[in-house]
Design a protein. Sequence first.
Length: 365
Amino acid sequence: MRKHYLDNVRWVTVLAVVLYHVIYMYNGQGIPGVLGKITDAEVQYWDIFQYIVYPWIMPVLFMVSGICSRIYLDSHTHREFLKSRTDRLLVPSTIGLFAFQFIQGYVNTALSGILYNPEIPPVFRIAIFIMSGIGVLWYIQLLWVFSVLLILIRKIEKDRLYNVCKKSGLAVLIALFVPVYGCALILNTPIMVVYRVGLYLAVFLIGYFVLSHDEVIEVLKKYFFLFLAAALATTVAFCTKYFGTVYSDAPVNRSLLYVADAYFTSLAIIGGFARFFDFSTPFTRWMSSRSFGLYVFHYLGISAFAVYVANSGVLPAWAVYVLSLVSGLASGYGLYAVISRIPFYRWAVLGIRGCDIMKRKEIKQ
């Protein structure tokens, strides 16, 4: 049976990502690459939303991806898995840069000021457009790498570790924080701070080996309120200690409190959704089927609005925030609706082959 709570975790988390990027675009912490502060407030207290969600929004998605990888591999071969992941993840984050995402790169360079630098030759400027178009696609790039590594791991461990992890109880789930914290300290790329290979690979593998077992999910459901308490405690402590600092880079994103918040909040979310939101309705199915498109395209609407409207200073700050959110949702859902129907582009930008469209139509019928 389909695990509907995983679908619900994904689309709800993607909505949180959209709202996060709206707040982030006009943050008052001086984080580069965005428009920045647009109010006269000495302290933008609503910026706290960034600190509440940033530690866990990507770890929980990698955990869910690990779980879903196991579910897929239970009924598909390694070759089918790699082909599916290459189409869905690698193609949009490589070919998609040249087919469409260079537009996002153009807007990103306008935000950073590189676009208007006369010292950069045109040919290099085009290359910057393309590379800057990666944007939010870093997530699917890493996920493709993890998928390839997973096949290598499966060939070595042959489900021995997987079967042992089936017995993971409360103590094990808590203890797993230790290796997660250790992994969070390694394989972190400079400058491009989002590529936290150690942390994200650790939670992806925990999703695959541990959380893919129904028995372990029952433990999360049983002790949901305990994990919720841990999540709330670490979130409050993290926000209290680090509000006003640059939360996305070292040393903050390497701190014990940051990783604890990321790990225990992710477990609380998965346990809570498994316990209370394991259902499907027409609305949740609609949201779930479009969550990938929303993730891929939402930032273009937010960033373009910031460059071409918010930057003019014509609108009041509250209107900028509201319309930025509307723009992000409209670009996410609108571009997905259009591009998913255009041959070649739906494959190059979204990783959707023609046969995938036919399968979806058959399922609906």
